[in-house]
Structures are given as C-alpha cells and as structure tokens.
Design a protein around this ligand. Structure first.
Ligand SMILES: Nc1ncnc2c1ncn2[C@@H]1O[C@H](COP(=O)(O)OP(=O)(O)OP(=O)(O)O)[C@@H](O)[C@H]1O
Ligand SMILES: [Mg+2]
Length: 643
C-alpha cells in the first residue's frame, strides 16, 4: 500500500498488516475530511487497484470527486463526510458505480480511523448481484405465470391453512389474498364433499404424493364444482412440507353431464313405460270394448249392467293413465298438422270454466301472432289440462290462473343459459301461470320424472308433467319452469312456430256413414280380434279376421274385391302392418284401411298415403265407428292436412 507522507502510518508499525491489507480481496480507500469539506484521498491498497482496475496511487492527494467521478455521483461522499464528522460507522450492501473506468456493484463499509479520517472498505458484489437479478427475473416470470393463470393455484400447509392463493383463486372466492392466508380452506368445501377431500389429501403422504379430487366449494357466486390436482412438497427429510394444489371450475361440465344423465334416465324410463303401456293397451282395448258390448247386451238388467259399466269406467280410467304414459314415452304421436295454439288454449279454458272451483279466476293474454305450430291438438290439449289441474291443486283456496302466449325468438345464448334441448328459432311461448303454493328446488328437480308426485296416495299418479314433457318433446319444443315456495309457478312451453294458417277447427269432424261393409280385421292379439269383430258385426258389418300379416295377405289376395276395408295392427311379429298394407296396395291401389296401434305410428309417413287412417289403442267403440266412417266417406280425398 503506497503511503503518502502525511498519512497516519499503518505500515510503520507492522509490515505484516500491510501485506495482509494489500493481499485481501477487498479494496481500501483512506480519506481525510478537510476543514473546507473536501474529501481527499490519502491512500489505497492493492486490492483497490484490482477491484477498480485503475492505479489508485495516481489519485492520492486528489479529492474524491476529482479521482472517482462515478463514485462522486453516489451517496458515498456524503456518507464518508458524516462518518468523518461523527465517527459512526456506515455500511451499505450495494452501490452501483459505472463509467468508462470503473464498473461494478460494491458492498461498502466506512469507519473512522482517526479524527477526520475515514477508511472505506469495499467488495465487488457484481456477481452476487447478477445472480440476484436473475433470480428476481425468474421469480417474476413465475409470479406472472401464476397471476395470469385461469386455473386456481393454492399452497397450503399440512394443517390445510392457506399459505398462498393465486389471484384467480382470490377472485373466485371474492376475497383478498390477505384474508385467505392463514385460514383453513376446508370450511369452504361442501359438507358432503369434505370426506372425499380428506381421503384424497391423505394420499399426499405416500408416494407418489399426488391426488385428485372434485368438490363443491362456496364461492362468491355460490356453490361451484372444482376439480383439484394436488401435489405434496417434500422437505429435505422427505416429510410433507406443504401442499400445492391446482384447480379448475368444472361446474359447466358437471351441469352438462348431469343434464345428459337426466335425459338418458328419462329416455330409459320412457322406453320402459312405452313398452308396458303398449302391451297394456292391447288388453285394455279388449276389456273396454267387451265391457261396452256387455253393458249394451245387459240393457234390460239394471244390476248387471251397472257392473259392466263399472268395468268400462275402470278401463277408461286406466286408458287415461296409459295415454299419459304413452305421451311421456313419446309413443302416442298420431297427428302432425298445423294447429292454432290459441284454439287449444280456448278449448281448455272453456272446459276449466265449467269444471273448476269458482274461486280460481282464469285469465287469458293471448298475444302470440302468428300462433300456429305443427302438432297434435289432442296431445297439446291434454298437456295444458295437466298443467291447469296442477295449478288448481296448488291453489286450494283459489287464486289466479293465467294462460299467456307470445312469439319468442330463442337465441343460442338463451337456449344454452336455460339448458333447453331445442334448435334456435321462433317459437310460440305458452305460459301457464298460477298464484299457488309454488315449489322448492328439490321438487323442481324431479318434476318431469314419471311417478314423481307430492300428492297423497290416490290423489296423484305423478304422470301429468311426465306427459307434458313427452308431448313437448314430440312437438320439438321445450318446457321451462320457474317457481318459488309461496310465490306461484309458471310453466312455459315453447312450441316451434309455423308461419301458415292453421285450419279452422271442427273441419275434421266426420260425418257418420250408415254403410254396411266387409271388413278384414288383422291383429296378432286374439282379444283385440274378437272384440273388434263383435263390435263391427253389431254395427252391421261383415267381418273376416286374420291373426297376422301373412294370413291377412293371403286372404286379401284371394278376395280383395270382396273387401271394403282393412283394419290392421301396426306391430305384428311376422310383418310390420305398414309393409303388409303396401303389399295389399299393389293388388288394389284404392285400398282403404285403418292402422291401429298401441305404439307410435309416425303420423307424417303413414298419413301421406291416402285412404289410410290411424287409430290409437285403446279405443272406445265410438272411435272405431268414427274412423271407419271417415275412411269410407272420403276414400281418395284424405290429404296430409286432414290428420
Ligand atoms: N303448478 C304447480 N304448483 C306447485 N306444485 C306443482 C305444480 N305443478 C306440479 N307440481 C308438483 O309436481 C308434482 C308432479 O306433478 P305431476 O302433474 O307430474 O303429478 P301429479 O299432479 O302429482 O299427479 P297426476 O298429474 O298424475 O295426477 C306434483 O305432485 C306437485 O308436487
Ligand atoms: Mg298433475
């Protein structure tokens, strides 16, 4: 260390110290504070030369400002003066100095070594600073990643207390990170999902220290489904130090799945119900018709006739039930004609005015224009009646029942939001509103399931809304419900709008025809054949029966010119009735026929052939006579629109 003459001698005392100071990997500057405030460099060690890359000896005797301009612009000169004045040492971790001669980051320790004398000891920390900067950069990148993540990121300790929560997590729960940190997350989890969550978390304590769990959590927007994928962070002993969890809101996906499950369930029940109703219908047809014949035959025996009428009544009641079931199973579709929804509403309203409690005020607000849809007015009538009767039951003390219509444009967004299963477009929205008891969410969740009822045994079968559901599906529409306990209920049916004039009602009424015909009856069910034969014979017709399509075809081939009409079941084991019909038509293009079924007959396809009518089982005597009359009365003029 060069030693100016006036420096307080360090080296004079012990040369070894000098060597140490020169060899040390740090720089040393010695300054003296002059009375005029100048800091004059009085010495420097070899380390200072190495660190600063300059020959410090050349600057001895100069002021700090003259010697080291880059240092002069830092806080150092002021600090050194203070140390010289007060004798209180001063330290800083990093000072940046930069010009063409000196460049680096320095850790500086300044201390007094005599009155007005300051020693400044400095270390080059540029490398450390570079590492720190790099670290800070990578930290910032990670923070950026985490903070801009849609997924939820949480770190919790082994007790389940939050240590870190990502902004997406804070947003979802509507809380500041400071409110969440230190709090347990479990209270936010739905009570029913806590068991599963705990079970999953236990896995974190064993290799591979990961787990997944789906749970509901109480967020700012209420209960949401969250899917988590967790990983344990292990300490150096292999113990779980904390839990890192990445989560995602899967509510929409869950809702879709649930909707699918629900619609599959309803579909499956529909299949089942449809199958049962079909077979049951065949039997009912027999019971009903036989009962009616019996009642007629016993005209003169009051007591026995009453019994027969009881059979008929019971069969009719069962018929109503199976009809509901079939409507639900979407198996009862017979007609697809343009119809005016307002006409059907008015029919239902006039029926209700005659029959329900006078304390229920019925209002109509029929604003839809146009108000036509393509469908089956009988089914629609039945659906409205079901809704109205439910409304009546919900208003035991009376109230208001409103039927309202309007044209609704269903946008994809609306359909998505209200979870309907329809295509976007224009619909007739038909509301049935009551001011009754309303329903809780639990009831609403099961509303359309067949056999779901909250009514006493014997009061409700739980088929009303199931039938409404099926009918609406049949019409390619949708049904929405909004209700609250104590605040009434509104059902809204959406039926696809058709822009055509509906036919005036009543035109489909058939005129009775007093013809006596030769009729071929084809059905694989014996009871149906027998009853139908008797019935037709009673009405004065001649009847030939066949137990299946093959036999029928044979008879028809032999003697079609003697036959006026064929009544045939659609579903037969050996051949579909429609196929048999087509084969017969080859023989006789003017064939006139009635197809009967306890199942679905696709109205559009069958009706497209002229001279054919459809008859849904079970049917009452008058249905049969009416349909026969219709077919015979206008053999070649039946068009699609006549349904
Ligand atoms: N307008 C309404 N107000 C309140 N609750 C209703 C309303 N409509 C239906 N519900 C509830 O939905 C349930 C199912 O109705 P649904 O019509 O399917 O069967 P039901 O009326 O009980 O029996 P059914 O119609 O076969 O005689 C009812 O039991 C009732 O709890
Ligand atoms: Mg009902």
């Amino acid at each position: 260390m060069p030693e100016p003459a006036d420096s307080p001698s360090l080296g004079g005392r012990d040369a070894r110290y000098l060597r140490v100071v020169d060899a040390a990997p740090m720089g040393v500057h010695l300054y003296r504070l002059e009375a005029d405030g100048r800091l004059v460099l009085t010495g420097a060690n070899a380390g200072a030369d190495r660190l600063l890359g300059v020959d410090n000896a050349a600057f001895v005797g100069k002021t700090l400002e003259e010697a080291f301009p880059p240092i002069a612009t830092t806080e150092l000169p002021e600090r050194y003066r203070e140390v010289a004045r007060t004798g209180v040492p001063w330290t800083t971790e990093v000072v940046d100095c930069r010009d063409e001669h000196i460049a680096g980051a320095f850790e500086v320790h300044a201390f007094s070594v005599g009155p007005g004398e300051v020693a400044a000891l400095f270390l080059d920390v540029s490398a450390r600073k570079r590492v720190e900067l790099a670290l800070r950069g990578s930290e910032q990148r990670y923070r950026h990643l985490v903070e801009n993540q849609q997924d939820l990121i949480v770190e919790a300790d082994v007790d389940g207390r939050v240590r870190f929560a990502s902004p997406s997590y804070c947003r979802l729960f509507g809380k500041e990170e400071s409110e969440l940190v230190g709090q347990r997350f479990m209270p936010l989890v739905h009570a029913e999902d806590r068991g599963a969550t705990l079970q999953a978390l236990e896995k974190l304590f064993f290799p591979p220290h990961t787990c997944v769990v789906e749970q509901r959590a109480m967020t700012r927007d209420g209960w949401r489904w969250l899917a988590w994928s967790d990983k344990a962070v292990l300490d150096e002993h292999g113990e779980v130090a904390s839990i890192l969890a990445v989560g995602r809101d899967i509510t929409a996906q869950r809702v879709m799945e649930e909707r699918l499950r629900q619609s599959e369930k309803l579909h499956a029940i529909g299949q089942l119900a449809g199958g049962v109703a079909h077979d049951f219908n065949n039997q009912l047809t027999g019971i009903l018709s036989a009962g009616e014949l019996l009642a007629r035959a016993l005209q003169d025996n009051g007591e026995l006739r009453e019994l027969a009428e009881m059979i008929v009544n019971a069969a009719e009641h069962s018929t109503r039930l199976t009809r509901q079931l079939l409507a639900y199973a979407r198996k009862g579709k017979l007609k697809t004609v343009p119809l005016d929804v307002h006409g059907t509403v008015q029919d239902v309203v006039s029926l209700l005015r005659r029959s329900i409690d006078k304390r229920i005020v019925i209002r109509q607000d029929l604003a839809a224009q146009p108000s036509s849809t393509l469908g089956d007015s009988a089914q629609l009538h039945n659906a409205l009646l079901n809704l109205a009767l439910n409304a009546r039951d919900a208003m035991p003390e009376g109230g208001e029942l409103t039927f309202a219509t309007r044209v609704a444009e269903l946008s994809p967004e609306h359909i998505e939001a209200s979870r309907m299963d329809v295509t976007p477009g224009r619909y007739v929205a038909l509301e049935v509103r009551d001011s009754g008891l309303g329903m809780d969410p639990e009831t609403q969740a099961h509303l359309f399931e067949p056999f779901f009822t909250t009514k006493e045994v014997g009061k409700g079968s739980g088929l009303g809304l199931a039938a409404v559901y099926g009918t609406v599906q049949n019409h390619r529409g949708a049904v929405e419900v909004s209700s609250e306990p104590g605040r009434g209920t509104t059902f809204t049916l959406y039926l696809p709008l058709v822009e055509v004039e509906a036919r005036p009602r009543g035109s489909e009424e058939a005129q009775a025809v007093e013809a006596h015909c030769r009729i071929l009856v084809v059905d694989d069910e014996r009871v149906v054949r027998d009853v139908l034969r008797r019935l037709l014979e009673k009405a004065g017709h001649q009847v030939v029966v066949a137990n299946g399509a093959s036999e029928a075809l044979e008879i028809y081939r032999r003697s079609w010119h003697h036959l006026d009409l064929v009544i045939m079941d659609v579903m037969m084991p050996d051949m579909d009735g429609r196929e048999a019909l087509a084969a017969m038509r080859e023989l006789n293009p003017n064939l006139r026929a009635v197809l009967s079924s306890g199942y679905s007959v696709d109205g559009e396809t069958v009706l497209a052939t002229e001279g054919v009518r459809l008859l849904q089982k079970p049917y009452a005597l008058e249905d049969v006579t009416r349909v026969i009359a219709e077919v015979l009365a206008s053999p070649r003029q039946l068009e699609l629109a006549k349904g």
